[in-house]
Design a protein around this ligand. Sequence first.
Ligand SMILES: *[C@@H]1O[C@H](CO)[C@@H](O)[C@H](O)[C@H]1NC(C)=O
Ligand SMILES: *[C@@H]1O[C@H](CO)[C@@H](O)[C@H](O)[C@H]1NC(C)=O
Length: 150
Amino acid sequence: MRNSVLFFGFLLAFLGLAVPGTEGKTIRRCELVKILRKHGFEGFKGTTIADWICLVKHESNYNTEAYNDNGPSRDYGIFQINSKYWCNDGKTRGAVNGCRINCSKLLNNNLEDDIKCAKKIAEQARGLTPWYGWKNHCKGKNLSSYVKGC
Ligand SMILES: *[C@@H]1O[C@H](CO)[C@@H](O)[C@H](O)[C@H]1NC(C)=O
Ligand SMILES: *[C@@H]1O[C@H](CO)[C@@H](O)[C@H](O)[C@H]1NC(C)=O
């Protein structure tokens, strides 16, 4: 009994440590700010870096491997790019593949293709309205906390 309690304690400790251990796929907020600045997101199509950080927070919680199955289509990666219009996952009816990319490439930690595609989406939409995470949580809000200290 005592041993099993001890074991359970270790197991919990391990699981507790394992959560931050997923950092391989979670990008730090200020790191992302830096990357987006480098890629000219500030002022892009009337958006700010804070808009994009807030968008990423609410779409994927900074997880470069974020994946969500919405039934008829799926969302991929840090910007939750959709398989109906922007990437090809080979199983979405009437898919357009506007970014000419295999959706699975949007799940690795190379963000170059995600960034290129996200800019294309914002360009076509003249803003961030295609992203519900942004529309529902960021639009018209004071977003200064998203870039604070970066
Ligand atoms: C996308 O890439 C993956 C991994 O390389 C591959 O298994 C899959 O068949 C590709 N999908 C399409 C639609 O090309
Ligand atoms: C936004 O919030 C920050 C911190 O809470 C505050 O300092 C700043 O004045 C606010 N900006 C506007 C435009 O309200």
